[in-house]
Design a protein around this ligand. Structure first.
Ligand SMILES: Nc1ncnc2c1ncn2[C@@H]1O[C@H](COP(=O)(O)OP(=O)(O)OP(=O)(O)O)[C@@H](O)[C@H]1O
Ligand SMILES: [Mg+2]
Length: 280
């Protein structure tokens, strides 16, 4: 991963350019990529919990697992090892997206398995490789109100595909020192996607995860990110809670596993914030 190079490029770009990426949301935005190349910041947790919360609000929700680690697929209660079909089969053109879709509780999922790593190899060197996920979703997305894409922790071809297929991006940020590192590079990548493959892509904002309201430190980190990148932090912030770690093994999101927990309440409120932003 070209972290240092990307950071240098991000620093070289005028802040105004980054600013224009935020707040240009199309009112019909429906495909949300949840992305941050930093690992373990809460991308998968956010996709699952937000998807469940949106489904509770009557939205028809499709989750897409773009990560060969297949954590989202596992979290919704599926065994990635024994799936008959996964996103990989769709991306290499063997099957249609509709054939790989699985219903998991209140949401649908286009699941991943480890063979998705092979999709990256397959796509590299192909004409139109950035559009493979967008093309796959074209035939199914109209059956849903919201599509949430769980991107892997890299800025590789699968994340670029996620951004190209999306109307807007949500950036989970863990509220700790150095969490801003990489945000500039991610926004730079968003700018590149806007320039080359998806001109209407916008940044919806950051989701503050694992927030510890008892310390001033977490608030300072978020204020720094907001000021540095003009990146709005969506409300509410998601508190740190041990209940999140328990949820994946139950095959449910935090909303199903611990519906009255602070984390479930926060994601339900975040779902409302996002619906208010998406709806005209
Ligand atoms: N608000 C929270 N409080 C406490 N733990 C959390 C919270 N959100 C997520 N976690 C835990 O943090 C870990 C990483 O979360 P998650 O898998 O969602 O991150 P990720 O960004 O998708 O990781 P990766 O980059 O590997 O895909 C998991 O063990 C998850 O249970
Ligand atoms: Mg993940």
């Amino acid at each position: 991963m070209a972290d240092a190079r990307g950071a240098r490029r991000a620093r070289g770009r005028a802040p105004e350019t980054i600013k224009t990426l935020v707040g240009t949301l199309r009112l019909v935005a429906r495909v949300l990529a949840v992305a941050n190349q930093k690992g373990g910041v809460g991308k998968t947790t956010t996709v699952h919990a937000l998807g469940s919360a949106l489904a509770q609000r009557g939205q028809r929700v499709l989750l897409v697992d773009l990560d060969p680690q297949a954590c989202l697929t596992y979290s919704v209660g599926l065994d990635p090892e024994s799936l008959p079909l996964s996103l990989h089969d769709v991306l290499v053109g063997r099957n249609k997206a509709a054939e790989a879709l699985v219903r998991a509780g209140t949401v649908s999922i286009l699941p991943a398995a480890i063979d998705l790593a092979g999709s990256e190899v397959h796509l590299v060197g192909r004409v139109g490789r950035e559009h493979a996920v967008a093309r796959a979703l074209e035939t199914v997305k109209d059956a849903y109100d919201v599509v949430l894409l769980d991107c892997p922790p890299s800025l590789g071809i699968l994340t670029i595909n996620g951004l190209t297929a999306a109307d807007c991006v949500l950036i989970p940020l863990q509220c700790e020192t150095l969490s801003h590192r990489g945000v500039g590079q991610l926004l730079e990548t968003v700018a590149d996607v806007r320039a080359y493959t998806q001109p209407d892509l916008s940044v919806l904002g950051a989701v503050a995860t694992m927030f510890d309201g008892r310390t001033r430190h977490a608030r300072e980190v978020l204020a720094d990110v907001e000021a540095r990148y003009a990146l709005p932090v969506l409300q509410p912030m998601i508190p740190r809670s041990v209940r999140f770690a328990e949820a994946p093994a139950t095959g449910q999101s935090i909303l199903g596993h611990a519906p009255t927990s602070v984390g479930a309440v926060a994601y339900r409120e975040l779902a409302q914030t996002i619906l208010d932003m998406l709806e005209p």
